[in-house]
Design a protein around this ligand. Sequence first.
Ligand code: TMP
Length: 212
Amino acid sequence: MKGLFITFEGLDGSGKTTQIKLLHDFLKKEGLDAVVTMEPGGTAVGEKIRDALLSRKYSGMDYKTEALLFLASRAELMSKVIMPALNSGSIVICDRFFDSTVVYQGIARKLGKEQILNMSLWACSNVVPDLTFLLSIKVDKSEERMKITNREKDRIEAEKDLFKEKICKGYLEIAEENKDRFIVLDGGKDIQSIFGEIKDNVERVLKEKRLI
Ligand code: TMP
């Protein structure tokens, strides 16, 4: 892979969208080619899958069905967007990737961490991010921010606080196991100091990969 693959993870309301925008703007200013995409979604098929996954109409969806739909959306995004961009030397920034499935479905839904990781690797042709930023915030902070933005919760966001506690713990667990690519940031800090840490790490990895 010629490019650089960066992913952002964290609870809803952790500030991923804001930081992704800042990073994208910074890379563009530096004259670097960067593509921003998101999961689930990011392709025509993926957007249909996203609607099915997040609609509160399907509140009783089987957990295995849910996991397979996330993987299907990812397989499509990988072959249509991520792989071509990386092969052409671009920087790809993805809002969530397989770490979300490992944590939400593997750990919190108890489908099995290893099982979901193996299935995810198969679905995304074994492509692993070069750098993953985990914006870590407490459940009450996430809830508070969701209230401020007044956004209606999707089917998964509408889960109980206990589910979200499992997500927080699960993220820290996999970050500890994948220290080579995970950078854990305190999502409660102010926007610019979080971005400073993101920028420093991205510049470091770009230099390591001789992309700048
Ligand atoms: P989003 O709000 O960040 O777009 O993500 C939609 C929801 O889907 C969010 O609550 C997290 C959840 N999710 C999973 O449960 N598993 C996954 O693999 C992904 C990518 C997201």
